[in-house]
Design a protein. Structure first.
Length: 141
């Protein structure tokens, strides 16, 4: 599979994100019906946001005044980031300028391409919770 960055350019919706933990069990960190968007621009930049469909509304109506439980649910049920990307052999290298998971900010994360077609991209990545995550995205533009 010889892919280039131009094969990836587009806007994608999140179809699934499944993490296989080290004990073999599977979890869906964004739930069974995740919401998300990934944009790979022609100039080599990316931006994305993933979230659970059922994140709780904050009782206060103010995102700065969430309860510890509300804050925890949002942190565990969403992630976003942006930066630059390149396709290297059979991987997508994401250089994070910023992420809601601060450990990724300033790093390069390589995602192994499982498949890349005109309508879908699927990759595997080491999961921050341990094990490996497989992400499937469907092209929408």
């Amino acid at each position: 599979m010889s892919q280039s960055a131009k094969d990836l350019v587009g806007t994608y919706e999140l179809v699934s994100a499944v993490t296989t933990l080290q004990d073999g069990s599977k979890v869906e960190p964004f739930g069974p019906k995740p919401k998300g968007l990934y944009v790979f621009g022609g100039g080599g930049r990316f931006i994305y946001a993933f979230t659970r469909a059922e994140l709780p509304k904050f009782a206060s109506g103010n995102r700065i005044e969430g309860t510890p439980e509300e804050d925890r649910a949002v942190v565990r049920g969403s992630i976003a980031g942006f930066g630059t990307y390149a396709v290297e052999a059979e991987a997508i290298a994401l250089k994070f300028e910023a992420s809601t998971f601060p450990n990724w900010t300033g790093t390069v994360i390589r995602q192994t391409i499982v498949s890349l077609t005109r309508n879908e991209v699927k990759w595997r990545i080491a999961a921050s919770a341990g094990g490996a995550a497989e992400v499937t995205l469907k092209r929408v533009a």
